[in-house]
Design a binder for this molecule. Structure first.
Ligand code: NAP
Length: 514
């Protein structure tokens, strides 16, 4: 097995790469408005009711019409998955891993096609979309290799007259519920992790980005995934979500999304249903309220760059996005000033244009929610830049910096999930850490400091699943920075890490007496 590093990002300073991406966008435009069916037991099912996926940068443009599962179809899908599990669980791990490697190769060979689709369906800039595709490939390569590592179980002791073995078996039927903000990477990562470990899956993608998910399902089929192993059941979370979670044949749920939906799933999954003979497992990766702390002894330009890139990349719609900058009072004004100047240089617009640094937010309800938070922010601090939005053609909101906010203000506590960052002043480094830890979340954080003692303090006391020193707080790479958060950010599953696959399996001990 060739050692794997990670998928390189596309160098868009190279004109040939830019031309290739333009071509991919043109091809994507030619396929807009297609229909996408459900896939149940390998059969394509077209329903009358459709999810209409629209371009958030241009709301009149339809990306695709996606068939919508109802409870009856969801039931069929669960039965098919339960049946397929009996053979899939016995397939060789090597074969399952090979399907992932093949799928990674297919996506790699059509990389720009996937990225271009995300530009259109999710409103990602070229660079953000390219990184999303690279991450999806990384998940497939990484989990394939991890499966080969754990396929023989772990060593246990044996003694005379007795031979003991300890190995991992799959759980059963898993429901994978994915978000729209990494429509390829997270959907692919959560789905293939469940599959490669021998489970069968129902994939319910976010209703705002179902076309990317449909394309992923096509790739997995092309890579050799047998019929019935993966069911594609797009549908409204509020209509089929509870049904899928509550079903007695559901063995586990792998959810990535908001805190409120995660909590609902966690609670419902805990209830034993009639005919249910197991405790459901829940992997839940939820929201964040992520902080960059800037020390007084720090590279202040690096601090401003880190804050701006982490706050406004993909319009702040990352669970890891920086939505709070906590800056020591000695350098507060300087960092604020530099961050504002940097943010002013960001070009906002249609992400189909390469020069666009920041595109729209995902949909009208996100737009309204973020604008409401900006209004709250106006009463809790001072708008330094931004603060306005325009939803006449797409859902555009300017990068917004709100200064002089109190640590317990709403915009310092609640996940906004948009291009809004609040600045708060700290008296000293201990105070900065206290503010950084004062939310119910614990996903990512960063410290910009040249003081080794303070970095060590943060290593111990900054309570987040992913902590970064002297860089921004977004951009975890599979296999390098396993990703997941503490507290109400979820179950800390550490996607892209060495323990992740085991969450989809259970260990079995077999002891033979001679
Ligand atoms: P969301 O509204 O919670 O939706 C996530 C998924 O849950 C969607 O597929 C949604 O379907 C589905 N859903 C909605 N209601 C449901 C229910 N009652 N039962 C089952 N499923 C249901 O989140 P989002 O807006 O897509 O994503 C943004 C959130 O995800 C943010 O909070 C962000 O921080 C978080 N996130 C976390 C991570 C992480 O690794 N920690 C990574 C990415 C995103 P519909 O689309 O049909 O409603």
């Amino acid at each position: 097995m060739i050692a794997y590093q990670h998928e390189p990002l596309t160098d868009f300073t190279n004109e040939n790469n830019r031309e290739a991406f333009q071509e991919a966008l043109k091809r994507t435009n030619q396929h807009l408005g297609q229909e996408y069916p459900l896939v149940i037991d390998g059969k394509f099912i077209t329903t009358k009711e459709k999810i209409i996926s629209r371009n958030p940068a241009n709301k009149t443009e339809v990306i695709g019409f996606v068939s919508k599962a109802n409870q009856e179809l969801a039931e069929k899908a669960i039965q098919a998955a339960a049946e397929a599990f009996e053979s899939w669980r016995k397939t060789k791990p090597e074969m399952r891993a090979d399907i992932l490697f093949k799928a990674a190769a297919i996506i790699r060979s059509r990389k720009h096609e996937f990225s271009a689709l995300m530009v259109k369906e999710a409103g990602k800039s070229w660079i953000e979309a390219d990184a999303d595709t690279a991450e999806a490939i990384d998940f497939m390569e990484y989990y394939g290799r991890q499966m080969l590592k754990i396929k023989d179980g772990a060593p246990v002791l044996s003694r005379e007259g007795e031979r003991n073995r300890y190995h991992y078996i799959p759980l059963g039927v898993g429901v994978v519920i994915s978000p729209w903000n990494f429509p390829l990477a997270i959907t692919a990562g959560t789905t293939v992790a469940a599959l490669v470990t021998g489970n069968t899956v129902l994939l319910k993608p976010a209703s705002t980005t179902p076309v990317v998910a449909a394309r992923l399902v096509e790739v997995l089929k092309e890579a050799g995934l047998p019929d019935g192993v993966l069911q594609f059941v797009p549908g409204s979370g509020s209509e089929i979500g509870d049904f899928l979670v509550d079903h007695p044949k559901t063995r586990f749920i792998s959810f990535t999304g908001s805190r409120d939906v995660g909590l609902r799933i966690y609670e419902r999954a805990a209830k034993k249903q009639t005919d249910q003979i197991w405790l459901k497992r829940v992997i839940a990766e939820m929201g964040g309220k992520d902080t960059i702390v800037v020390d007084k002894e720090a590279d202040l330009e690096l601090a401003a760059q880190s804050i701006v890139a982490s706050a406004f990349g993909f319009s702040g719609q990352k669970c890891s996005a920086c939505s709070r900058a906590v800056v020591l009072e000695e350098v507060y004004d300087e960092v604020l000033h530099r961050a504002a100047n940097l943010a002013k240089t960001w070009k906002i617009g249609d992400p189909a244009c390469f020069e666009t640094k920041m595109g729209p937010v995902i949909d009208p309800s996100s737009f309204q929610k973020i604008m409401r938070y900006i209004e709250i922010g106006k009463t809790e601090g001072n708008i330094i830049i931004g603060g306005t939005g325009d939803d006449s053609t797409g859902y555009y909101i300017e990068p917004t910096i709100i200064a002089d906010v109190e640590p317990d203000a709403r915009i310092m506590q609640e996940e906004i999930f948009g291009p809004v960052v609040a600045f708060a002043k700290a008296k000293n480094f201990e105070h900065a850490l206290e503010i950084a830890n004062n939310t119910e979340y614990g996903l990512t954080g960063a410290v910009i400091s040249n003081d080794r003692r303070n970095l060590e303090k943060a290593r111990e006391d900054f309570h987040v699943g992913n902590l970064y020193f002297n860089r921004g707080c977004t951009g975890a790479i599979v296999g390098y920075q396993p990703f997941g958060g503490f507290n109400l950010s979820g179950t800390d599953s550490k996607a892209g890490g060495p323990d992740y696959l085991l969450l989809h399996m259970q260990a079995k001990t077999v002891s033979e007496a001679f």
